[in-house]
Structures are given as structure tokens and as C-alpha cells.
Design a binder for this molecule. Structure first.
Ligand code: GLY
Length: 376
């Protein structure tokens, strides 16, 4: 019987095969967003929506894992295609330009990618609201409802935090790091509950900064714990710690401990922790696995638990939700199935999601020794 480590190595090969297929299939039709898990056909977006950076991030990681510079060249081409998005009024420029551009600089010393990342970080910073002490969603944020300069959600901390710290260092503008830390601090006040579960979203008065309500964009209820809210919080605060902001270690461990305590025995979470029998969201579990791997080396005696939990989650994802490990599987290989994009509006509730693919690739790259978790 094959060992788990054989499966992990094989899973990495399958995911890289899927990247090859995605790159070859309609390469000029836009950024892959979500796909039909039966046929592998992608729904693409012309300018990258909030998710285009994860596709480019997969290319940067594939270059690291395989050593094949062809992927880095593709990564640079796609990063250039993100350039117009510096002008989009959305907090999700953090995802677009950290994964889509900064990773090219961090992993491959790509100067063009570095310049695009700095430009993305600087433009993101212009959305910061000094009364509210945070970066709001913005009028062009790709959420299904409730966007604008008086709305915020926890999804605005991951990606944006390391991007701003990267841009601060590259451009010699320390104020960008201060802004990233202020934004993260304010999201603790808005989104992290006393028991360390996470509320996704908040509305506030853009003039005074006064908080008007706490709610959810995508969870089952305002007081429930939407799985990706918890996972994005784990990731954002862990990225802040990895970038040197030690003050976020306690909150990163608090939200991570909550995840570990509430994870079902199958090691794959449903879409919302308050709907345990609802559809799985493999993308939330993949984000959490990559995040726990980042926190593990800096978490003292908890580090081993975080590593074991991350490995159990990644193994469950590849054993039960990745196509192609079973040779009898007729579906295209290398697809992470059972991602739930938006259950509230019935959008892609059992699909391949490009960010789920990215975070499973990141976690496996760390587990197989190709990547240090804190690099990304
Ligand atoms: N807005 C990011 C997400 O749907 O997870």
C-alpha cells in the first residue's frame, strides 16, 4: 500500500499537471476563477476579480516546486496582466498583488514582479481610512453585497498585510507597514469574538469611524462562524507574525486554536461551522492548513499540534477531494473538488476554486520541503 508521503508527492505532480492544463486551455480568455469538477472547464474573469492573484501565485509556486523557469516566465506575463488592477477601488488588491506579484519577487527575485507588487501595495494604501483606522472594502470590492467605503471584512487582512510590509521595505516607506499593522489591529476589534471565533464583516461610519453593525457577507447567520472568515483571520494574523509583527502572535494562536478545537473528525470543515451537515468547503480547509504551517515554527509548544493538524487536513484533502490519485477516476486530474464559494447565493457550491488549489499547493510545497512556510 502506498505511504502518505508517496501520495503527497503524487498530489503535487497532479496539481502541477492541472496548472499545465489550465495554462494551455484558452490562455487569453482571462484568469481562472472556479471550475466544474466533472469537466474541468473554468469560469474565467477578464481582469482577475478578487482571485486572479491565486492563479499567478500557483505559477510562482510551480516554478519553485519543479525548478522549471517556464512557470516563472508565465507568472511574470500574468502578473503584468494584473497591472491595470492597481486602479481598482478594492481591498482585495491585497490578494491580487501579494500572490500575483510579490511572490515572484520573494521566490524568484523577479524585478518586474517586485515593481508591480510595490505599485499594488501603494495603491491599496490610498484606500486607508484614518478615522476608522482600517482599509474598507471599497466600491469595487468583489463581494455579492454591501461594499463601499463604510464596509470592512476580515478577508482584507491576509494578502494585504504582507503586501504592505513588503512594499514598505522595498520602497523605503515604513508608514506602509504601520498602516498594515493598524489595519490588522482594527480588524481584531471588529471581527475576533471573545471566544476567538471570527465574525466576517462590519459596517462603520466612514466620517467618524463609529461601528454600526457586525454581520456576515457569506456565512449562514451574522452570529455564526463562516469557515473562510476563521481561515482568513488565521492566515492574516499568521502572515503578520511571519513578517515580523510579533504583537499578532497571541491573536493568531487564539483563532488557530479555535479552528483546531472545532475541526470535525474528517479534518475537512463544512462551509460554516454552524451548519456542520452543510456542504464542505475544501478551500477553507486548505487556507487553514497553509496558515497553521506558517504559525507552527513560531508557536512554541503548540507548534507540533499546528503542524500535525495541518498535515491531517492536507492529507484528508488529497485522499478524499483531489481527482486523479485513484486511476479509475475519469475526471480531469489534479482538481481540488468540493469548494463552496457562496452558499447564500448558490454560486459554485461544490466546485474547484482557484484559491483552494493555490493553498493546497502551498501547504503541500511546505510539507514536501520545497518552500519555507514563512516565505509566502
Ligand atoms: N471574499 C473572499 C472570500 O469569499 O473568501
Amino acid at each position: 500500500m502506498p505511504q502518505m508521503s508517496d501520495h503527497r508527492a503524487r498530489a503535487l505532480e497532479l496539481i502541477v499537471d492541472r496548472i499545465d492544463q489550465t495554462a494551455a486551455d484558452a490562455p487569453t480568455a482571462g484568469f481562472p476563477h472556479y471550475a466544474d469538477p466533472g469537466t474541468g472547464a473554468w469560469t474565467r474573469t477578464p481582469t482577475g476579480d478578487w482571485t486572479g492573484g491565486f492563479w499567478v501565485g500557483e505559477l510562482w509556486l510551480a516554478a519553485r516546486v519543479t525548478g522549471d523557469r517556464r512557470y516563472a516566465k508565465l507568472g511574470r506575463d500574468w502578473a503584468q496582466a494584473l497591472r491595470p488592477r492597481t486602479a481598482s477601488e478594492t481591498v482585495f488588491r491585497g490578494f491580487l498583488f501579494w500572490y500575483g506579484a510579490a511572490l515572484g519577487a520573494v521566490l524568484h527575485d523577479d524585478e518586474i514582479a517586485a515593481e508591480i507588487a510595490v505599485s499594488g501595495g501603494r495603491s491599496l494604501a490610498t484606500l486607508f481610512n484614518r478615522s476608522a483606522n482600517l482599509i474598507p472594502l471599497g466600491s469595487e470590492a468583489e463581494e455579492a453585497s454591501d461594499v463601499g467605503r463604510g464596509e470592512a471584512n476580515i478577508d482584507g487582512v491576509p494578502g494585504g498585510t504582507p503586501l504592505l510590509i513588503f512594499a514598505a521595505r522595498r520602497a523605503g516607506q515604513p508608514e506602509l507597514s504601520e498602516l498594515a499593522e493598524t489595519n490588522a489591529r482594527r480588524h481584531i476589534e471588529l471581527c475576533v469574538r471573545a471566544d476567538n471565533s471570527v465574525c466576517q464583516s462590519a459596517s462603520f461610519d466612514p466620517r467618524s469611524g463609529k461601528v454600526l453593525r457586525r454581520y456576515t457577507h457569506k456565512g449562514v447567520r451574522d452570529d455564526s462562524t463562516w469557515t473562510r472568515a476563521q481561515a482568513w483571520a488565521m492566515l492574516g494574523f499568521s502572515q503578520a507574525v511571519c513578517a515580523g509583527a510579533d504583537e499578532f502572535l497571541d491573536v493568531a494562536m487564539g483563532v488557530s486554536d479555535w479552528w483546531c478545537e472545532h475541526l470535525p473528525k474528517t479534518a475537512v470543515a463544512s462551509w460554516d461551522f454552524d451548519d456542520p451537515d452543510g456542504p464542505r468547503d475544501t478551500s477553507g480547509t486548505a487556507i487553514a492548513a497553509a496558515s497553521l504551517l506558517k504559525l507552527s515554527p513560531v508557536a512554541g509548544t503548540r507548534g507540533a499540534v499546528y503542524r500535525e493538524t495541518a498535515e491531517a487536513m492536507a492529507d484528508a484533502l488529497i485522499e478524499h477531494h483531489l481527482t486523479g490519485l485513484d486511476a479509475a477516476d475519469a475526471r480531469p486530474a489534479g482538481i481540488l473538488t468540493d469548494g463552496c464559494y457562496n452558499r447564500r447565493i448558490g454560486l459554485a457550491t461544490a466546485n474547484e476554486l482557484i484559491w483552494g488549489d493555490y493553498f493546497l499547493l502551498e501547504a503541500l510545497s511546505v510539507m514536501e520541503g520545497h518552500l519555507n512556510s514563512e516565505e509566502v
